[in-house]
Ligand binder design. Structure first.
Ligand SMILES: [Zn+2]
Length: 403
């Protein structure tokens, strides 16, 4: 059948948005200095492939806004102007990252150089927004007091929780989700807390945390499988995060991998997280819903016979999911991390080999363990704000200048 073209449909081609280009270039400069420590304008032009004039303009803007500091000029032989080394001003901007999960709220402040300046945590019990909001507000206030930092340089709060977001029948249903969050959006949180809020899924924040602070710094394409109460994936593709149309890309926990398999709270059968998640492990160990269903208890428990039974059930569905992800995305590696204690993670990964044939069969280490540590999610949450090229707060800080 021939599909008629709409006669008036224009052929649209997106142009380069000037503000986008400026933001992108600014991020490239900040990121290049962050990775190298100290660079001159000439170094920056060479490493970013931007023109010397563009570099000069952006550097001037960043210095006016207090984001960069200039060192002592260095004379290079007898020729030309002395070169001024530039470095990030750690106190140029800050962001708060918070990870809210079923049992813990972790909060930290990150500075522009990527260093943690203050950290707090408090236990929670599957908090609904009405319970979580006062805790979030009080941790913010304590971070502000205890860090002693200039809060006018604060870019905002990256708040991270299990997904998916805004999906009827999935967002707040079952033991792997948090109750009551289906209608909550970043704008509502922002007006309540009085600072910009970016809402993100734990797996996505973990991917950016692993990229900046863990073993994925050299990977341009990877999937981060975040084993939490449920299971999610952070997608880092072609050097950028991919979050999808409604920030729900990577909800692999509800990928149906076992035909007529275990029933899931979402209404389907055979969802991956019914096999690969802390909840599935707690069920296998007979502790689900009880006081021993915590990562801390798992950390003290060896992989016993009940643990082996969980591995037996988890490995098949997970191998299939890895095969699907590799075939679909052609990633350099699948990184496994999250809240599963190290010896459980290692036992799981050891069982996954040999992986089934896929397009990644030819090269490299296909499966890796995350190495950014317990705070990977909160770090990633804050980093999303510090390194987000669209962050309008940057504009505000740059206009205000250093106070
Ligand atoms: Zn499901």
């Amino acid at each position: 059948m021939k599909i008629p073209l709409a006669p008036s449909a224009p052929h649209t081609v997106s142009g380069t948005n000037l503000e986008y280009a400026r933001s992108h270039n600014r991020r490239a400069i900040l990121e290049t200095i962050r990775l190298n420590g100290q660079l001159t304008r000439a170094d920056l032009a060479r490493l970013t492939a931007l023109t010397p004039q563009t570099v000069s303009n952006i550097v001037a803007e960043l210095m006016d806004g207090g984001m960069l500091l200039a060192g002592e000029p260095m004379r290079d032989g007898a020729r030309g102007q002395p070169a001024v080394p530039l470095r990030l001003n750690p106190d140029g901007a800050y962001a708060v990252g918070m990870q809210l999960d079923h049992q813990m709220l972790v909060a930290l402040v990150l500075d522009l150089s990527g260093k943690t300046r203050a950290r707090l945590e408090t236990p929670v019990d599957r908090p609904a927004p009405v319970d979580a909001m006062p805790l979030i507000a009080s941790l913010l206030e304590r971070l502000k007091q205890e860090s002693g930092l200039d809060w006018s340089r604060m870019l905002g709060l990256g708040l991270v929780m299990p997904g998916p977001f805004g999906v009827e029948g999935m967002t707040s249903v079952g033991p792997t989700t948090l109750p009551g969050w289906e209608g909550v959006d970043a704008a509502a949180l922002s007006s309540k807390l009085g600072l910009p809020v970016l809402l993100e899924k734990d797996a996505t924040a973990a991917a950016i945390g692993e990229r900046l602070y863990g073993m994925a710094s050299q990977l341009r394409n990877f999937v981060y499988l975040f084993v939490g109460g449920g299971l999610g994936a952070g997608l880092f593709l072609d050097g950028r995060l991919y979050t999808g149309g409604r920030r729900n890309a990577g909800e692999v926990g509800h990928m149906m991998v076992v035909p007529d398999g275990r029933p899931c709270e979402c209404g389907n059968h055979g969802c991956l997280e019914r096999y690969v998640s802390l909840q599935a492990l707690y069920e296998a160990l007979g502790v689900a819903g009880g006081p021993q269903a915590t990562p801390e208890h798992l950390a003290e428990r060896c992989v016993d016979a009940a643990g082996e039974r969980w591995l037996d059930a988890a490995v098949g569905p997970l191998r299939q999911a890895i095969n699907i992800l590799e075939s679909l995305l052609d990633v350099d590696a699948v990184v496994i991390g999250g809240l599963l204690p190290a010896h459980w993670q290692e036992a799981l990964v050891a069982r996954l080999h040999p992986l089934p044939l896929s397009v990644r069969n030819c090269s490299g280490e296909r499966l890796r363990l995350g190495s950014a540590g317990r705070d990977v999610v909160a770090l990633g949450a804050a980093a999303l704000l510090v390194f987000d090229e669209f962050n309008p707060q940057y504009e505000a800080l740059l206009k205000t200048g250093r106070r």
